[in-house]
Design a protein around this ligand. Structure first.
Ligand code: PGA
Length: 252
C-alpha cells in the first residue's frame, strides 16, 4: 500500500507573517487527524528555517521548491542540495513547469537535479506534464514519457520509490481548469506502466501525484483514481482551510 502524500507548493508567495499564520492553522488541523497522509509544505527558501522551527513536533514536513546541481562554490544566487538538507528538509520539487518554461530547465537538467537530490537524501518530487498545444496534438503520452525517460536514463529505476512523480498538465496549473479524473488517471497509469516495464515491484510502490488546479471541491474525485496517490497543490496550499480539506480528502 502506498502512503498518500499531499505537498503544498507556495511558489514565490508569502511573508514571515503569512508563514506563521498558515502553519499555525495547518499544524492544528493536521494534529487532529490525518495519520495516513504525508503532508509537506514547500515555502520559498527564505521561510524554510522558520517553517521548520514552527513545525517542530508536528508530522508536517518541509520541502524546497528547487535546488542547484553543483557542490557549494561560485554559483551566485543558487542553493545546494546539502544546504537544503541541513535545514531539515525531506523533499525538494524539481522540474516544475514554471522552472522549465520560465527558466529554461531542460529534461536533462531536471534528471540531474533529481540525482543530486537523492544523493543528499532529499526526496525529489519530479514534475512532468504536457502543454495545451501538445495535448491538442495528441502528444501527451509521448511528451510525458520522454520527460520520465530522461530521469530513468540518468538515474535508473532505482531512484524509485524514493523519488516521487507529480503529473502536472501545464494547461491546468493556476488556471482553475483541472484535468478530469479520467484524463489524470490515464496519464498516471502510463507513468506507472513505464516504470513497471523496468521493475513492476518498484512501480507498485512509487507515489504518483496529480497537480493542476486541485481545490477542495474537486480533490476527492481526482484522488479516488487508482494510480493517483496524492497531489501537488499550488494556489489552494496558501489557504489553511483549503489545503487541510484537500489533505483530508486523501485519507483512504
Ligand atoms: P495550482 O498549482 O494548484 O495553483 O494549479 C499547482 C502547481 O503548480 O504545483
Amino acid at each position: 500500500m502506498r502512503r498518500s502524500l499531499v505537498a503544498g507548493n507556495w511558489k514565490m508567495n508569502g511573508s514571515v507573517a503569512m508563514t506563521d499564520d498558515l502553519l499555525t492553522g495547518l499544524k492544528k488541523g493536521v494534529a487532529r487527524s490525518m495519520p495516513d497522509v504525508d503532508v509537506v509544505v514547500c515555502p520559498p527558501f527564505l521561510y524554510i528555517p522558520r517553517a521548520v522551527q514552527m513545525l517542530a513536533g508536528s508530522t508536517i514536513k518541509v520541502g524546497a521548491q528547487n535546488l542547484d546541481i553543483h557542490e557549494p562554490g561560485a554559483y551566485t544566487g543558487e542553493i545546494a542540495a546539502e544546504m537544503i538538507k541541513e535545514q531539515h528538509c525531506g523533499y525538494v520539487i524539481v522540474g516544475h513547469s514554471e522552472r522549465r518554461a520560465l527558466y529554461g530547465e531542460s529534461s536533462d537538467l531536471v534528471a540531474q537535479k533529481a540525482k543530486v537530490a537523492v544523493a543528499a537524501e532529499l526526496k525529489p518530487i519530479i514534475c512532468v506534464g504536457e502543454t495545451l498545444e501538445e495535448r491538442e496534438r495528441g502528444d501527451t503520452g509521448r511528451v510525458v514519457r520522454e520527460q520520465l525517460m530522461c530521469v530513468l536514463d540518468l538515474n535508473g529505476v532505482e531512484i524509485f520509490p524514493f523519488a516521487i512523480i507529480a503529473y502536472e498538465p501545464v494547461w491546468a496549473i493556476g488556471t482553475g481548469r483541472s484535468a478530469s479524473p479520467d484524463q489524470a488517471q490515464e496519464v498516471h497509469a502510463l507513468i506507472r506502466e513505464s516504470i513497471a516495464e523496468l521493475n513492476p515491484n518498484v512501480a507498485d510502490h512509487t507515489r504518483l501525484l496529480y497537480g493542476g488546479s486541485v481545490k477542495p471541491d474537486n480533490a476527492q474525485a481526482i484522488f479516488s483514481s487508482p494510480d493517483i496517490d496524492g497531489g501537488l497543490i499550488g494556489g489552494a496550499a496558501l489557504v489553511a482551510s483549503d489545503f487541510l480539506a484537500i489533505c483530508k480528502s486523501m485519507e483512504r
